[in-house]
Write a new protein. Structure first.
Length: 215
């Protein structure tokens, strides 16, 4: 009797083993985690400062990150004409920049740019303080502005001339509210070169003519 049971068990043993193996495989399949690879979100940098990415270079103008809508706003802002001062090199306009120029001397170099943005881009003081930070100066208050800013007419509209003298880098520039946008004209570079070109910078500002769709 025991011999018959043993023989019967041996005959069914392959089926039992196969069943156990199937159960193990099924359990393993169910335990396997499913991994999904989510692509990284492409984020634009925060709103660039007015002085951001404008360090003078020896060849091509520096690049600026462009947020969505900025290029369209620049395109719709109209064209700008100007006279290039003697000794300055006019470069091709690029991206949201309406103009790129460069001046080089034995004392160093400077880059001149014209940009426009919709709205006031944070306000007059915030923009000036961005520029101040770019040349290593501390933030200013509204009460400080008369020490380094003066009213200045550009293209028939009242703007603000800004003179920021840093230890190694300086800025000469202008902020111009213009039909709901703000235009920024800036020379940034080595302090001796920038200051030596102040007269040329004012001639440049005087020559600027912005296409005026409002008239």
């Amino acid at each position: 009797m025991i011999s018959r049971i043993h023989s019967h068990y041996l005959q069914r043993l392959p089926l039992i083993v196969a069943g156990i193996a199937a159960l193990c495989l099924s359990a393993c399949d169910q335990a396997q985690p499913v991994t999904y690879q989510i692509p990284k979100e492409q984020r634009a940098d925060a709103m660039p400062t007015m002085a951001a990415a404008t360090t003078p270079e020896t060849s091509a103008p520096s690049k600026m990150n462009v947020l969505p809508g900025m290029q369209q706003a620049a395109n719709e802002a109209g064209e700008v004409d100007f006279i290039t001062p003697e000794g300055w090199k006019k470069l091709a306009a690029s991206g949201i920049r309406k103009a790129n120029l460069k001046v080089t001397a034995d004392t160093g170099s400077a880059e001149i740019t014209i940009l426009t943005f919709p709205g006031d881009v944070g306000g007059r003081l915030a923009n000036i303080n961005r520029w101040r930070g770019q040349v290593g100066l501390e933030a200013a208050t509204d009460e400080d502005l008369p020490a380094f800013t003066t009213a200045y007419d550009i293209s028939g509209h009242r703007g603000l001339y800004v003179r920021l003298e840093g230890e190694t880098q300086s800025i000469l520039g202008a902020l111009l509210p213009f039909h709901g946008s703000t235009w920024f004209v800036k020379m940034l570079g080595d302090t001796p070169t920038v200051l030596a070109n102040e007269a040329s910078m004012k001639l440049f500002l005087d020559s600027i003519q912005i296409e005026d769709h409002a008239h």
